[in-house]
Design a protein around this ligand. Sequence first.
Ligand code: UDP
Ligand code: MG
Length: 315
Amino acid sequence: MATKLYLVIPCYNEEAVLPETTRRLREKMRTLMEAGRISFDSRVCLVDDGSRDKTWPMIATLHREEPLFAGVKLSRNRGHQNALLAGLMTVKDRCDCTISMDADLQDDIEVIDRFLDAYEAGCDIVYGVRSSRETDTEFKRSTAQGYYKLMAMLGVEIVYNHADCRLMSRRALEALAEYKEVNLFLRGIVPLIGYKTATVEYARAERFAGESKYPLKKMLALAFEGITSFSIRPIRLLLAAGILMAGLAACFFLWAALGRLFGFFAPAWPPIVPSIFLVGGIQLAAIGLVGEYVGRTYLEVKHRPRYFVETFLDD
Ligand code: UDP
Ligand code: MG
């Protein structure tokens, strides 16, 4: 039996790209259906993440005109990760597998074939990995790559150069549903699921219309989320740094005291003033970082819902 596939596309203020995106996806889905690779009741599920432009009316119109398009409307903007999760969780019981992609089609839609190959070969999770970042700005490329390295150093298992373009089987989605965390970083959670996985490389294109919905601020927030929700190593590093600093200070003090006593070293004490600030600063930073984890724990403990689906359009 042909695979029942749901594409899940989070959309936030994407009226500029939607017509072209949906045109390309429609063509792709038709080709796959006619080739017998996916079933005729496969869908493209567009998730409106509380857009303020015409995104939702456009999705509703698409759904009315063609059953191929399904729509999920969130009650308000919850951010890319939550929107994606909302889409995946809403459709998981209706399909054999999902493929998530961005609305701007920066992820090459031709990878769908190779995703399906891997799925048919028995994989539950297939990661789309960018082979090149030529179309990204130099800044985005170097910060992104530095970030993957940092995450690896901190002991967080993430797939190098993989964003949220991936195939997940129904079984993998059921597993994902078990993760209840509020501070959501899907790239970190999915590798924890296990099962048989594969990676597929593709070239990442440029956003063809509209502008990035990930300004630097949101990017930094996601990056920080990734670190603090998966690794407590920063806290340990701070502890080690603190012990080292204190040890060095004690040695210095001893040396200065002995120097005075025996006359081989007479320290000029004023330089101690900057060191007070140095230590004070480090302490503040440490407390701040610990606070960050405590704050996150607070959010997790409250178990606030991550999203509300206002409308779900599917047959
Ligand atoms: N997005 C979303 N909610 C947000 C921000 C972004 O659903 O609050 C979606 C957006 O519509 C797009 C995807 O997340 O489908 C990736 O965003 P974008 O292409 O702007 O990010 P970039 O590729 O520049 O990192
Ligand atoms: Mg993009």
